[in-house]
Ligand binder design. Structure first.
Ligand code: COA
Length: 142
């Protein structure tokens, strides 16, 4: 695997890969592109795209969040195209993120996902764990 630091020119192939990775959700290419471009344009955003030869395999979109004592890296989006899942590319991308965190003296890597997402097994095997005491709220009356 080789990787490239995420740039604007990668957004279209990321959107195509994203729609494929979330095939059970009604994403269109246009909405995926809009969503990912917004993430990319967030202040302090950093991301990485993975390739096998010239095939786009997946990407991780992150942003650095300033804290009172240290900054942390938040994984905002992360996916591997279905045909290349379970081949180690997800772990390889997380390794790239970890190297970035070490090289930039960031305090932690954090992320949010749905509790029943199979990706939780992936993260837990990679050393992530649930943060007790945190709550994620939504007002569903709107
Ligand atoms: C989560 C995701 C990025 C993992 O990428 P991947 O390339 O398949 O991950 P890896 O091949 O490096 O997996 C490493 C290990 O994690 C675990 N794992 C990965 N995907 C899993 C799944 N769907 N269910 C259970 N365990 C899983 C396995 O133990 C795997 O090792 P194994 O294949 O030897 O058993 C990928 O499944 C994906 O894109 N999912 C859809 C989008 C998504 O949910 N993204 C996360 C949003 S927070």
């Amino acid at each position: 695997m080789r990787y490239e630091i995420l740039e604007q020119r990668h957004i279209d192939e990321c959107a195509t890969g994203f729609v494929a990775a979330y095939e059970n959700e009604p994403w269109t290419f246009e909405r995926a592109r809009e969503y990912l471009e917004d993430l990319f344009k967030t202040p302090r955003s950093i991301g990485f795209c993975a390739y096998e030869n010239d095939l786009f395999v997946g990407a991780v979109f992150c942003r650095e969040i300033v804290g009172s004592q240290f900054n942390r890296l938040s994984i905002e989006e992360f996916f591997v195209i279905p045909s290349m899942q379970r081949k180690g590319y997800g772990n390889a991308l997380i390794d790239v993120v970890r190297r970035h965190v070490c090289n930039n003296d960031l305090g932690a890597i954090t992320l949010m996902t749905e509790r029943d997402n199979p990706a939780i097994t992936f993260y837990e095997k990679g050393g992530f764990s649930n943060v007790e005491g945190m709550a994620f709220l939504a007002d569903k009356t709107m």
